[in-house]
Design a binder for this molecule. Sequence first.
Ligand code: SD4
Length: 341
Amino acid sequence: MQNRRKFIKLSAFGIPMLSSFGSLSRDFTTARGQVKPIVISTWDFGIAANQAAWKVLSTGGRALDAVEQGVHVPEADPKNQSVGYGGLPDRDGHVTLDACIMDELGNCGSVAGLEHIMHPISVARLVMEKTPHVMLVGDGALQFALENDFKKENLLTKESEKAWKEWLKTAKYEPVMNIENKLYDKAAPQKLPGNQYNHDTIGMLAIDAKGNLSGACTTSGMAYKLHGRVGDSPIIGAGLYVDNEIGGATSTGVGEEVIRNVGSFLVVELMRQGYSPEDACKEAVMRIIKKKPDIAKKIQVGFLALNKKGEYGAYAIQKGFSYAVCTSQKNDLLIDGKSYY
Ligand code: SD4
């Protein structure tokens, strides 16, 4: 952290220092982990999601099933205004969901701009397993879901509708960075401060007892986005990437910058070159900062990565990025890389 703060200070002096800091950083970061099975996921709500995934992993289940079950938790939580049911709507009042999933064989499925379906991750999985395609969008994704017995539901809760109507008074689109995790209730982790966030995605990565990796990523995307806007979360290589030989990565934050840098694929490729998960995430963040230093000052982007050995790490542009880790030995939340418990 000290080094990261130093970096943010240094950034005022220009790009060359950024890149040299980025490469130096490889020498001092140690990887965490090496315990399998393992599941990790973004943000505080990852704790509850990991617990659901752990039920699958701890009984010898497949990582793919674990990540699907895991992210169902925030998808179904009406208090969570950034994922699934209860998500904040777009500019026109539609709750539109983006999700993708990837397995150990390199299979993947995705939906974008999907309305009325509580569990977009399961539709994404069905796209992967039942169609020759990778991605379905909008009405086509909804049609496919309904044809496969998903229930059509109203996902706009009263709270989210109220927040949207409040927003309409000024209709100013201004993504707010994640609020630091001061409100997290250690004693009652189910009481998550989801309402405090403007936009947060759950990205989850798991390794099962057989050593196979899978990942899932699901979100309602940026609050009050233009109708039709698709973020990084359903885009394979941007919001999520898994390579069973190397590891997996997922992202959260302003998706446009992640897409521009094909962030999650980049993180996995850096791990292939020998970077630790944390250093790979850091390097991907540095690319974003280096290309657009002025934008990077105002936004949050975070990456989370898990390698084949079960080592994990994360890095974000701004302070306050948290992620949850669950193994047979611990169920932890890390904020800015430090254990919260
Ligand atoms: C998006 N990446 O739609 C998502 C939003 C997010 O933390 O992750 N917010 O751009």
